[in-house]
Design a protein around this ligand. Structure first.
Ligand code: PHE
Length: 344
């Protein structure tokens, strides 16, 4: 039977070709050649009219079988080609998550901000509120209500930047004490961080602008022991358990009695070294019991209430904490220097 022979040939050739085909275009071409409008199998099916009627069902069945077999093979190849294409695509789009990233510099906290945050953490955990005041301040708050008399040397233009006769750049954070006492009733427990200004020449330990943190506690039965306990806790939390405070008599117009407060030298732990000039102690802050005159001027009954106050220089604390020997490094903004410090 001629048609049978033809069919066998077509199938054989198709299978041989199928084994060679490597891409979609090749597969499409083969499909078209076999089953397109003028495809070999299409034409063969069309030519069925020419064979005797009794042979037709058999012939039709044979064609169908070959079409089904080839279609199955071509579909399988199509699947394989698609899978290969997908693999290639995934390989092309693969991301190497282990590849090191480009260096992206990120900002660091300034050492002054670091110690300020550490100190605020210590004091807020002891129940202190954080209060801020203006840097451009009235003479009234900076001096008058702090019991600093008109003829006091601190008021001299050599020490104080004047904006107007009655307006200065605050020389300390103490005016925030007055602002708070005038607006809040005891019990008061606040710390006040901020910038302060003095007409100083720049050197390794001085700058015309620097930072302080003021502390103020006012209540019934507040004593010097409370001041000592508070400052001891602060010193230990910031510098370690073996650090303690020593009070030396001093004078501030707004406190009575007043003290200069030393810490155990954080460098030699009290043995005596270059940092503490052999004494084992380093001076870090001023403190005292709020002068009753200040309480009264700020509207607080000094027979009922007492208080303590302290003022700490943040540059001093940062220098001690991080072993910085020249204060200018804190103001120059050299990123190579500043990026060395982090909270720990
Ligand atoms: N205001 C003082 C200063 O700037 C520090 C201080 C504050 C002292 C509070 C005693 C009490 O030197």
């Amino acid at each position: 039977m001629e048609m049978q022979e033809q069919l066998r040939k077509i199938q054989e050739e198709a299978l041989a070709q199928l084994a060679q085909i490597d891409d979609k275009a090749g597969l499409d071409a083969l499909k078209l050649r076999l089953m397109g409008k003028k495809g070999e199998l299409t034409l063969l099916r069309r030519s069925m009219g020419q064979i005797p009627a009794e042979d037709r069902p058999k012939a039709g069945q044979m064609i169908n079988e070959v079409v089904a077999a080839l279609t199955a093979q071509m579909d399988a190849l199509d699947e394989r080609l698609k899978a290969r294409e997908q693999e290639k695509k995934l390989a092309r789009e693969a991301i190497d998550v282990t590849e090191p990233r480009k260096h992206t510099p990120i900002g660091m906290q300034h050492p002054i901000s670091l110690v300020q945050d550490q100190m605020l953490g210590v004091f807020t955990s002891m129940g202190f509120d954080v209060v801020e005041g203006p840097e451009v301040e009235y003479d009234l708050y900076n001096f008058e209500l702090m019991n600093i008399p008109k003829n006091h040397p601190a008021r001299d233009a050599q020490d104080t930047f004047y904006i107007e006769d009655n307006v200065v750049l605050r020389t300390h954070t103490s005016p925030v004490q007055a602002r708070t006492m005038l607006t809040r009733k005891p019990p008061i427990r606040i710390v006040c961080p901020g910038r302060v200004y003095r007409a100083d020449e720049v050197d390794a330990t001085h700058s015309p602008v620097f930072h302080q943190m003021e502390g103020l506690v006012v209540g019934e039965d507040v004593t010097m022991a409370d001041l000592k306990g508070t400052l001891d806790a602060f010193a230990q939390k910031l510098f370690g358990q073996d650090v303690t405070t020593r009070f030396r008599p001093s004078f501030f117009p707004f406190t009575e009695p007043s003290a200069e407060v030393d810490l155990t030298c954080v460098n030699c732990h009290g043995k005596g070294c270059r940092v503490c000039k052999g004494t084992g102690w380093i001076e870090v802050l001023g403190a005292g019991m709020v002068n009753p005159k200040v309480l009264e001027m700020c509207g607080i009954d000094s027979r009922k209430y007492s208080g303590f106050a302290f003022g700490v220089g943040l540059e001093r604390i940062a220098m001690l904490r991080y072993g910085i020997t020249d204060m200018r490094a804190l103001f120059e903004g050299d990123v190579r220097f500043l990026s060395q410090f982090r909270d720990d």
